[in-house]
Design a protein around this ligand. Structure first.
Ligand code: PLP
Length: 383
């Protein structure tokens, strides 16, 4: 089938996607095609992406290092700010070291194949993020996929004999379902089977465990078998991914991880912004408190209104519908009411849904307006 035929097929099945770029964004409000919308789709959980103050640190970084990094970290792409940020991240995550990547995607696709080889096995949750799946595909290890958050299934699979090491990979706060993996149980399984535990904390960093992430949330210690992956691009509102682990592991990644070695370092001004963002998170604990409050408020309203929602206690709230058509209808209705919640459809997820993302910058009235408009959309016939 030609590309255009494939596109036509997608369009016929209401699965065609298109980019919708914004004209501007300020906190919870974005402007698309001249239209002001309350944004319920952003991963900017603490509202920091557009509200971070333009501090001297950030301006100095531009003046001292320029806009681009102009090389990979192993050449001259890094700066002293990179090292400072890595120290801050290691301390946030309670690990010996942290290593920056240009994105979370690069962290997963670069570290997973570096950490595993032919004789090893990977055990991966079926709902893990595409960047984890791609990391597993790039790895020479054999990957076994276990049923979503099913510790019994994981325990079965992990018992297969392997001559090399075992690596269990899970997201902590799942990005499409908004639920939290039973990390305490998974941690125990890994300890018992002498497996490494690789936690993708992309959505948990800055959200769970007072911002430190999922291990803190569960009260688990950062043992040597634990590898924490995180991003700066979600709650911290800037850019970049990282691995927090032992010095042995980060040194190994510096020498073997292709997306680290063969890609340009993050620009120093981005690093300065991330440092500022961490300051904001630590100096303003009310940001995370507001986020938690808003999330449970929204979940409460949705349940009261009879919507079918997934996950629990988290700011990612998937509202599940029977058909793609209905999901699109509601999303369109919300758009006309000045609310942005795009529909998430197969193949990204199995069941079509509106994925509501809550932010600390939303007000109570935003959330009331959202749920009222959703009720209205369900009742009204297609426009
Ligand atoms: C967003 C995301 C990533 C990738 O992070 P980027 O910094 O956006 O590249 C990795 N894992 C999960 C679970 C994510 O949600």
């Amino acid at each position: 089938m030609s590309f255009s035929r494939k596109l036509e097929f997608l369009e016929k099945n209401t699965l065609l996607r298109a980019v919708r770029d914004k004209d501007s964004s300020r906190g919870r409000i974005i402007c698309i095609e001249g239209k002001q919308l309350i944004n319920f789709t952003s991963n900017d959980y603490l509202g920091l992406s557009s509200l971070l103050p333009l501090t001297d640190t950030i301006i100095n970084a531009i003046e001292t290092f320029g806009y681009g990094a102009a090389g990979s970290r192993l050449l001259s792409g890094g700066s002293i700010l990179h090292r400072i940020l890595e120290e801050r991240l290691a301390s946030l995550k309670g690990s010996e070291r942290a290593l920056l990547y240009s994105t979370g995607y690069a962290a997963n696709t670069g570290s997973i194949p570096a950490l595993t080889s032919d004789n090893d096995i990977i055990l991966s949750d079926e709902l893990n993020h595409a960047s984890i799946i791609d990391g597993c595909r790039l790895s020479k290890a054999k990957t076994y996929v276990y049923t979503h958050i099913d510790v019994a299934h994981l325990t079965d699979l992990i018992s297969v004999p392997a001559s090399g090491k075992k690596l269990v990979i899970t997201e902590s706060l799942f990005s499409m379902d908004g639920d939290i993996a039973p990390l305490d149980d998974i941690y125990e399984v890994c300890r018992r089977h002498k497996a490494y535990l690789y936690i993708d904390d992309a959505h948990a960093t800055g959200v769970l465990g007072r911002g430190k992430g999922s291990l803190e949330h569960f009260g688990l210690s950062v043992d040597r078998f634990v590898i924490q992956m995180g991003t700066l691009s979600k709650a911290l509102g800037t850019m970049g991914g990282f691995i927090a682990a032992t010095e042995e592991i980060t040194d190994f990644l510096v020498n073997t991880s292709r997306s680290f070695i063969f890609s340009t370092a993050l620009p120093a001004p981005d690093i300065a912004a991330s440092l500022e963002s961490l300051n904001q998170m630590e100096e303003h604990p009310e940001l995370i408190e507001n986020l938690t409050f808003n999330s449970s408020l929204c979940r409460g309203y949705l349940l009261e209104a009879g919507f079918s929602i997934k996950g629990g206690e988290t700011p990612i709230i998937p509202v599940i519908f029977d058909t793609v058509e209905e999901t699109l209808k509601i999303s369109e209705h919300l758009y006309n009411r000045g609310i942005y919640v795009p529909a998430i459809r197969p193949p990204t997820v199995k069941k079509p849904r509106l994925r509501i993302s809550i932010s600390a910058s939303h007000g109570k009235e935003d959330i009331e307006y959202l749920v009222d408009s959703m009720k209205e959309a369900v009742e009204c016939p297609r426009q």
